[in-house]
Design a protein around this ligand. Structure first.
Ligand code: NAD
Length: 255
């Protein structure tokens, strides 16, 4: 990936950070992003630059705002690889689902991918190469109760992925979605102690019987595995893979 540049939205933690690190490891210059603008955000980019010998910078932009999504792409000078990863979750029955949470999830998890993709494609066309990789979810293919906004947004992202793939099919640009099951991110790790207490179970039992109940492998996916899947989709080996989804879910969607 030497000489290629990547923008990863929502990449100051979790999957986005894992993806940024893997793309840097294989030689890409990376732009990290989130909505905060703290010293530690910029320090993450500096660490990646020092560790992997690539250019890395952090650009603050709120992915709930369409104009900021587009500004992120322009401020970065476009990119070869766009990874739409920023996402949030809220869990509630639909008749009690707070409207502001619905709007925020649809904006961050789905609309942001519209704005960044629309802004990035002209740059990719100018460069004659591009990869749009959307981090959807097993919930882009299946549903769970109480996650109406998340499931709607992720299904929307999968649909948009197919459309962008068709619109770029005759160009050296691809667009795909990755659908992770449960991934061990700091956010998920933080839920383990409370869940252990709630169910009066040990760590392994809580992970396998409660958290990974729908994941037949009974193993979390890791951010490194997600990074590797993104790097594969960005590689020349994946040049004819477009408009599809790759599940990294330990068999969840095979059930
Ligand atoms: P995370 O909370 O660690 O990461 C989310 C990232 O998005 C963070 O960097 C956060 O700062 C950023 N973000 C949130 N709101 C933002 C905004 N308004 N503007 C810009 N950035 C914003 O969670 P994660 O698990 O790494 O999730 C990353 C993506 O993977 C999400 O789209 C999520 O839906 C998806 N996903 C996660 C899992 C899982 O089990 N962890 C499973 C399937 C899909």
């Amino acid at each position: 990936m030497k000489g290629k540049s990547a923008i990863i939205t929502g990449s100051n933690s979790g999957i986005g950070l894992g993806v940024a690190r893997e793309l840097a490891r294989v030689g890409a210059d990376v732009v990290l992003n989130s909505f905060t603008d703290r010293d530690e955000d910029h320090a993450l980019a500096a660490e990646i630059a020092a560790e992997f010998g690539v250019n890395a910078r952090y650009i603050a932009a709120d992915m709930s705002q369409g104009d900021q999504c587009r500004r992120l792409i322009e401020e970065a000078g476009g990119c070869d690889v766009l990874v739409n990863n920023a996402g949030i979750q809220h869990v509630a029955p639909i008749d009690e689902f707070p409207t502001e949470k619905w709007d925020a999830i649809i904006a961050i998890n789905m609309n942001s991918a519209f704005h960044t993709t629309a802004a990035a494609l002209p740059h990719m066309r100018q460069r004659g190469w591009g990869r749009v990789i959307n981090i959807a979810s097993a919930h882009g293919l299946t549903a769970s109760p109480y996650k109406a906004a998340y499931v709607a947004a992720k299904h929307g992202v999968v649909g948009m992925t197919k459309t962008v793939a068709l619109e770029t099919a005759e160009e050296p640009i691809t667009c795909n979605a990755i659908c992770p099951g449960y991934v061990l991110t700091p956010l998920v790790e933080a839920q383990i102690p409370d869940t252990m207490e709630k169910y009066n179970m040990g760590r392994e039992e809580v992970i396998k019987k409660v958290m990974l109940e729908r994941q037949p492998s009974r193993e979390f996916a890791t951010v490194e595995q997600l990074g590797g899947t993104v790097a594969f989709l960005a590689s020349d080996a994946a040049a004819q893979i477009t408009g599809t989804t790759i599940s990294v879910d330990g068999g969840w969607t095979a059930l």
